[in-house]
Design a binder for this molecule. Structure first.
Ligand SMILES: *Cc1c(COP(=O)(O)O)cnc(C)c1O
Length: 358
């Protein structure tokens, strides 16, 4: 059976590097993003490692994910509470003191009963999710009237990976939002909510900027996802951390053949052996969420063996006859081959793939 190996040492090393960069005095600001089955790594498994690292705040995708790890964190925020139609899970989440709901529109504010703990999302320039800054007053009015509890106000910086001024324009936009929120808190006698804005790339770029702000305007959290999993998709000049991928995908042999030069393999026989060689099949395929190798794609296992296109739904053909092979050690070459980013390669891995923490 194929499995995903999670290297806990790499995880703790990544955490340590992030913590050092962010600074010991800010260590409590590190939150881990565990959405979408922890980017395919296994929600429970990653939550356990995060707990061992003494991380107390996390972000998940939906109500089910929140409930699965409810006992493991002090603060759990559901990023997309409406993405799952599960009334029972919703009711259970509403009862939990440590579970908060992201709200991205004025209409969504009206979905929740009294005392629901919410985090209000603001659009600061990505034009994706969140209310407009001009709607803040109205949002506070609704929150007050409906007696919701405002835990946080946040936005998302969409330019952390790129050189250019948009990153700073967005920082300024969110700074304005924070000032306005403090005024409104005064006006409505709300407790100051927590502020957060940066994901991995932004946080690693803007820690010092954040520290330069007056205390009450600083962000209280950094929402770190991909850096924990061992990838940085930004220019190395921004921070120079040496995070390492924590997941590797392994598969086991099903059958082996000795094939003469010129033999053809798999669907359509698109691969042809260039010499007499051993070829084996291994038990992972696109049905397990691994992207489907097509003709023309050149990918190798960690051990350096050629993977023969085309992939099948549940298996791959690979040169050699080893019992077990590491299919992916680093998602970057896969991302390149498929014209995407490591996030997408990883998050597609099916939750049913067993996880082994080493
Ligand atoms: C996914 C996500 C993050 C984490 O982003 P990374 O690039 O993986 O660090 C942070 N905030 C929000 C709102 C997200 O959806």
């Amino acid at each position: 059976m194929a499995y995903l190996q999670i290297n806990s040492q790499h995880f703790f090393s990544n955490y340590h590097q992030i913590a050092q960069f962010i600074g010991q005095e800010n260590i409590h600001k590190i939150a881990i993003v565990l959405k979408d089955n922890a980017y395919g790594h296994g929600l429970k498994e990653m939550a356990q490692l995060a707990k061992e690292a003494k991380i107390t705040t996390c972000f998940v995708k939906n109500t089910k994910e929140a409930l699965e790890i409810a006992a493991m964190f002090r603060h759990i925020t559901i990023l997309y509470p409406q993405s799952l139609e599960d009334k029972e899970a919703l009711q259970q989440c509403l009862k939990q003191d440590n579970i908060y709901f992201c709200v991205a529109s004025l209409e969504a504010l009206k979905l929740y009963p009294k005392q629901t703990k919410i985090e209000l999302e603001i659009n600061s320039g990505m034009n994706r999710n969140g209310i407009q800054a001009q709607q803040l007053q109205e949002a506070f009015e609704i929150i007050n009237k409906r007696e919701l509890e405002l835990i946080g106000v946040f936005s998302h910086n969409g330019f952390g990976d790129d050189f250019g001024s948009e990153f700073y324009t967005q920082n300024n936009e969110f700074l304005m939002v924070k000032k306005k929120v403090l005024e409104l808190c005064n006006q409505y006698s709300f407790k100051k909510p927590r502020f957060h804005f940066f994901s991995s790339s932004g946080a690693l770029r803007a820690v010092r900027y954040n520290e330069s702000l007056p205390l009450e305007l600083q962000d209280d959290l950094f929402r770190i996802g991909i850096a924990f999993y061992g990838y940085l998709c930004q220019d190395i000049r921004f921070c120079g951390l040496n995070v390492k991928p924590i997941a590797s995908l392994w598969a086991r042999k099903i059958s082996t053949y000795f094939l003469k030069k010129g033999s053809r393999i798999g669907y359509g026989g698109v691969s042809e052996t260039k010499e007499d060689t051993l070829v084996s099949s291994y038990d992972v395929g696109y049905g397990d969420g691994l992207f489907r190798l097509r003709e023309g794609m050149e990918l190798k296992t960690k051990e350096g063996f050629k993977i023969y296109p085309r992939s099948s739904m549940d298996c791959l053909s690979i040169q050699g006859d080893r019992e077990e092979l590491c299919i992916i050690e680093d998602a970057n070459p896969w991302a390149e081959a498929f014209g995407t980013i490591p996030y997408e390669i990883l998050v597609h891995l099916q939750p049913t793939i067993p996880k082994k923490i080493v």
